[in-house]
Design a protein around this ligand. Structure first.
Ligand SMILES: [Zn+2]
Length: 177
């Protein structure tokens, strides 16, 4: 899903302060989303007091499915993008296009990059990545199964224990007759 954050913005013209929501990431395959980017509407605001419009230099990630690509708009250096990339890199199965998403400073160049990547043929997914992801999910499933089996043998153990007690009671009962 597109990621958003709420901020309090101070109008650079009149100093009025008001809340607004900014995109941190946006799904470009949704036509309305693509349109607010291409029409320069994303992360812009019009002051309710003086009516001046501003574009906020807030970096965000544009992602697209089929063809799969991602591009950062980074008008000012954002350290947290380095951290996000590192986190992506540590997760199994995260596609390369997310980890290696270009970071574009200039707004017009950012849009040109999107247009170029939209028309690039879809790359086949990296088989190594697919294998990693496959193993990751198999491990999770295997873990669950192991736990399940442990629980099951626990149940079975209790069951035999009850039979044992029950037989012992029958024997005691018989002897007492
Ligand atoms: Zn204002």
């Amino acid at each position: 899903m597109s990621k958003k954050i709420d901020i309090i913005w101070t109008c650079q013209n009149c100093g009025d302060r008001y809340g607004l929501t900014l995109f941190r990431s946006i799904w470009g395959e949704i036509p309305e989303n693509r349109s607010i980017v291409m029409n320069d509407k994303i992360n812009t605001t019009t002051c309710p007091n003086c009516g001046i419009s501003s574009k906020l230099p807030y970096p965000f990630l544009y992602t697209h499915k089929n063809p799969d690509f991602a591009v950062w708009w980074e008008p000012i250096y954002d350290k947290s993008i380095d951290e996000e990339k590192k986190q992506f890199g540590n997760l199994p199965g995260v596609p390369d296009y997310l980890i290696n998403a270009p970071r574009v400073k200039d707004w017009e160049e950012f849009k040109r990059t999107i247009l170029r990547l939209e028309n690039e043929p879809q790359k086949e997914p990296d088989p190594k990545k697919l294998k990693e992801m496959d193993k990751y999910f198999k491990d999770i499933i295997q873990n669950k199964l192991d736990r399940h089996q442990k629980n099951k043998s626990g149940c079975l153990g209790n069951f035999f224990f009850l039979i044992f007690i029950f037989s012992a009671l029958i024997i005691v009962f018989k002897f007492s007759l």
